[in-house]
Write a protein that binds this ligand. Structure first.
Ligand SMILES: [Zn+2]
Length: 363
C-alpha cells in the first residue's frame, strides 16, 4: 500500500477542491508514493500524537485539522508546529489532513454526529454553488454509446444518488473539411451533413480535465465540438453544515440526549423557548457563521462549537443555539475516517489515536 491509495480513497468522498480558501487540507508532509503499513487517525496533530505514531510504527498520520495553515518561512523548531515537522520528517512519518473538504460533503464530518442524534433526511445547511459545470457535445449517432460511457466513467453525469445522467437529442450537424483536414466522415471541401446526438451532462469543476480528455479520446471526430457552461445551481449534497429531522422532542430532553451521546461536559445554550425540537441543524467545529442560515432554514436547534457571547444574541428566540464544544462536535470524524479506510481495505492496519487532543478542559 502507498499513501496515494489511502488519500485517493478519502478524496473520492471529500475532494480537496471542496475545501475552503483559508484551509490547507491534503498531504502536508510526505511523498504520496511512499509505502505504508500502518495509519494513525486523530483530530489534531500534537507532539504526543506524533510520539504515538512513532511508538506504534505508523508511517502516516491522518488528522482532521491541518498541522500547517499558513506559509512557513523557516523551520527551526522554534514552535510546536516546526518541532513536529522536523520530528515527523526525521522519523519518516507522513501527515495528511481531511478538513473543510470533509466538512463540506454530505457524508462527512457532520453526518456522523447527525446519524448518532437520529437525524433523517440529511442535506446541506448552506449548499454551495459554482461547483458543477454543464458539458454539451455533439456526436455521430453510432458512436454516442461509447462516448457517453467514457465520460460517465471519468465521473460526469452524477447527480445526488444517480449516475449516468444525460439528456440526448437527435439532430443534424454540418461541416466542410478544409485543406489539411482529415475528416472522419464526408469528403474534403464538400459540405457534409451527419446525423448526430447532442449530449448534455454535468460534472464537478475539479474533474474537468479528466472528463474532457475522456471525451476527446472516445470521440471519433478530428475536431470535437463541445461547450462547457458554469452552473449557478445549488446542490443539496455539497456545502457547510447539515440539516435533518428527528422525532419531536422537548428542548431539555434533546439537550440531555446530545450531552450523553457526545460525552460533553457542558452545553452552553441560548434561551429555552419551550418549543418542541423537530428540525435540527449541525455544524461541527466553529459554526457561528451559519446561525442565520439555521434560522432561515426554520430549524429549531443549531448544534455547533466555538459560539461567542454576542453570537448567542442572534438566536432571538427563533432558534435554540447549543454550543457543545469544538472538539466534542467533531470527535466522531476519527470514526468516519476509520470506516472509510477499513471498508475498502479491511485487512489494513488503521489505528484510532488513544490520545485526547482537546485543548479545552472543564472544572
Ligand atoms: Zn475543527
Amino acid at each position: 500500500m502507498i499513501i496515494k491509495d489511502i488519500t485517493d480513497l478519502i478524496e473520492n468522498i471529500a475532494p480537496v477542491h471542496l475545501q475552503e480558501t483559508y484551509d490547507n487540507a491534503g498531504l502536508i508532509i510526505g511523498d504520496k508514493n511512499s509505502e505504508i503499513n500502518q495509519i494513525l487517525i486523530c483530530l489534531d496533530i500534537t507532539e504526543t500524537i506524533l510520539d504515538e505514531a512513532i511508538e506504534k510504527n505508523c508511517q502516516l498520520i491522518i488528522s482532521h485539522h491541518p498541522l500547517i495553515f499558513k506559509g512557513l518561512k523557516k523551520i527551526n523548531g522554534n514552535n510546536s508546529i516546526e518541532k513536529i515537522i522536523i520530528k515527523a520528517i526525521k522519523n519518516n512519518i507522513a501527515i495528511y489532513a481531511a478538513h473543510t473538504n470533509l466538512d463540506n460533503v454530505i457524508n462527512g464530518v457532520n453526518s456522523v454526529l447527525a446519524e448518532k442524534l437520529g437525524l433523517k433526511n440529511l442535506r446541506s445547511l448552506q449548499p454551495k454553488k459554482d461547483i458543477f459545470r454543464k458539458l454539451v457535445f455533439f456526436c455521430p449517432v453510432i458512436h454516442a454509446d461509447k462516448v457517453r460511457k467514457a465520460i460517465f466513467e471519468a465521473g460526469a453525469g452524477q447527480i445526488g444518488n444517480y449516475d449516468s445522467c444525460s439528456f440526448n437529442t437527435e439532430g443534424e450537424g454540418s461541416f466542410k473539411a478544409l485543406e489539411n483536414a482529415n475528416p472522419f466522415v464526408g469528403e474534403p471541401r464538400k459540405l457534409h451533413f451527419e446525423k448526430e446526438i447532442r449530449i448534455e451532462t454535468i460534472f464537478p469543476f475539479y474533474i474537468e480535465n479528466k472528463v474532457v480528455e475522456a471525451l476527446l479520446q472516445a470521440h471519433p471526430y478530428e475536431e470535437v465540438a463541445y461547450d462547457i457552461y458554469k452552473l449557478e445551481n445549488y446542490f443539496a449534497n455539497i456545502g457547510s453544515g447539515i440539516i435533518g429531522e428527528i422525532e419531536e422532542a422537548d428542548e431539555t430532553q434533546f439537550l440531555s440526549e446530545i450531552k450523553k451521546i457526545t460525552s460533553c461536559k457542558c452545553i452552553r445554550h441560548s434561551n429555552l423557548s419551550g418549543k418542541k425540537i423537530k428540525n435540527v441543524a449541525i455544524c461541527g467545529g466553529s459554526g457561528s457563521f451559519l446561525i442565520k442560515d439555521a434560522i432561515t432554514a426554520k430549524t429549531d436547534i443549531f448544534i455547533t462549537g466555538d459560539v461567542k457571547y454576542h453570537d448567542f444574541f442572534e438566536a432571538e428566540n427563533k432558534i435554540l443555539i447549543a454550543d457543545i464544544g469544538h472538539f466534542e462536535s467533531e470527535q466522531f470524524t476519527k470514526e468516519l475516517l476509520y470506516t472509510i479506510i477499513t471498508k475498502k481495505f479491511p485487512n489494513f492496519a488503521v489505528l484510532i489515536s488513544e490520545n485526547n487532543t482537546n485543548p479545552i478542559h472543564y472544572l
